[in-house]
Ligand binder design. Structure first.
Ligand SMILES: [Zn+2]
Length: 387
């Protein structure tokens, strides 16, 4: 049994030495295929932007390694793991394999290095859990593949690294762990994995009527699915965090927390209609993380390269205790200006996405006053309407 830190600690003021950034050069390589929503620049830009701004030094970086096949088989079926490995090595997928395991498709394409990349994301989550148990706040932006299923790929996810972060914490003997999923999509793979495990409590905030169309009412009192209306803005989100999520955190009194902080709930993301500012997400993560000492923060979805890079770089700054400047040096604006995205028209790229990190907290409060939040918690639903 490991020794746990006695008290929860506040993030602000701790300074960079407490926060670690899990990375691997593999994550910088181009992946997926042209036209795929994940073919955009993602974590490589986050790290580079953070370096330019002086937030990411070598001593804060933990280079993770790939999880072994045996480790992957703790959650995933061996036949599926073997099939993905074989397909990656041969560069082709038989029709029957594609049908059975759902990779080699438009959604979950085969691309060179897919196996190593997915296995390394799992290795990163395992390492993140180990380091969090030592009292560090650990950010693993390439993690957050929350749709992965034991026996098939799903929703751009081949494996499910958040499951492995949670398993790592459970291996240490913890008995109350909280998983919070702030991605715009329901964290279905993680919910399925821990549906019957009394040690894991799950909260997912996700947009209504959105793929994978799961995550509504659930009779399990450990599962809180907070389904939000289209176009959710900061004000409703803050209300939901204050009135539903933080009270849940308090009642669970977790010994550790894993947060999947997808960037697809931000305004401007092409795969959701949610309209959060990055400031609202950072605040929520900070508030939730205060309820336990070991904290792992994972990435997740996010299909607008500008809002993603700004969000996760700013999230890292928030976790590591760095101030976010109101204006950027030329190297940072040049990097942001160099990004490209097939899913976003050039005229829709906002000037603020190039010139700043923090969104204007007032930018999306107008027009969202009629949004309704429906929360299903333990089989009971209630609505939150904020004006
Ligand atoms: Zn998502």
């Amino acid at each position: 049994m490991i020794k746990l830190p006695v008290r929860a600690r506040r993030l602000r003021g701790l300074g960079p030495r407490y926060a670690l950034y899990v990375d691997n050069p593999l994550f910088k390589r181009s992946a997926y295929r042209a036209q795929h929503p994940l073919s955009i620049a993602r974590t490589g830009t986050v790290a580079e932007l953070s370096r330019i701004l002086g937030w990411l030094h070598e001593d804060a970086i933990e280079t993770c390694t790939a999880a072994s096949v045996d480790t992957l088989c703790r959650f995933h079926d061996r036949a599926y793991v073997s099939a993905l490995k074989a397909a990656d090595e041969s560069g082709r997928v038989e029709k029957v394999v594609r049908a059975r395991y759902a990779f080699g498709t438009m959604e979950n394409p085969l691309f060179p290095g897919v196996f190593a990349r997915a296995a390394t994301a799992v290795g990163g989550s395992i390492r993140a859990a180990e380091l969090a148990l030592e009292g560090r706040i650990v950010f693993h932006p390439a993690g957050g593949t929350h749709h992965g299923k034991p026996d098939r790929a799903s929703g751009f996810c081949y494996f499910n690294d958040p499951v492995f972060a949670l398993l790592g914490l459970l291996d240490a003997g913890l008995e109350r762990i909280l998983y919070v999923d702030l991605d715009a999509h329901h964290g279905d793979g993680v919910q399925d994995a821990f549906q019957t495990d009394p040690r894991v409590h799950l909260v997912s905030i996700h947009e209504t009527d959105r793929w994978p169309f799961t995550g509504s009412t659930n009779p399990n009192s450990r599962i809180a699915n907070l389904v939000v209306a289209k176009h959710l803005g900061d004000r409703e989100f803050a209300t939901l965090i204050r009135d539903s999520v933080l009270p849940l955190c308090a009642s669970v009194a977790p010994q550790a927390i894993v947060i999947t902080c997808g960037a697809d709930a931000l305004a401007g993301d092409p795969l959701s209609t949610m309209r959060l500012s990055n400031v609202a997400l950072w605040r929520a993560v900070r508030q939730i993380a205060n309820y336990a000492a070991p904290v792992v923060v994972l990435g997740g979805g996010g299909y607008n390269p500008w809002t993603l890079a700004r969000c996760w770089a700013g999230l890292w700054a928030t976790l590591a205790g760095f101030e976010i400047p109101s204006s950027l040096p030329e190297a940072a604006t040049r990097l942001l200006a160099s990004l490209e995205c097939d899913l976003i028209d050039d005229e829709d790229v906002q000037a603020a996405w190039i010139s700043s990190i923090s969104d204007d907290p007032e930018f999306n409060t107008l027009g969202s006053s009629m949004s309704e939040v429906t929360a299903w918690t333990g089989g009971h639903s209630h609505s939150v309407v904020s004006q």
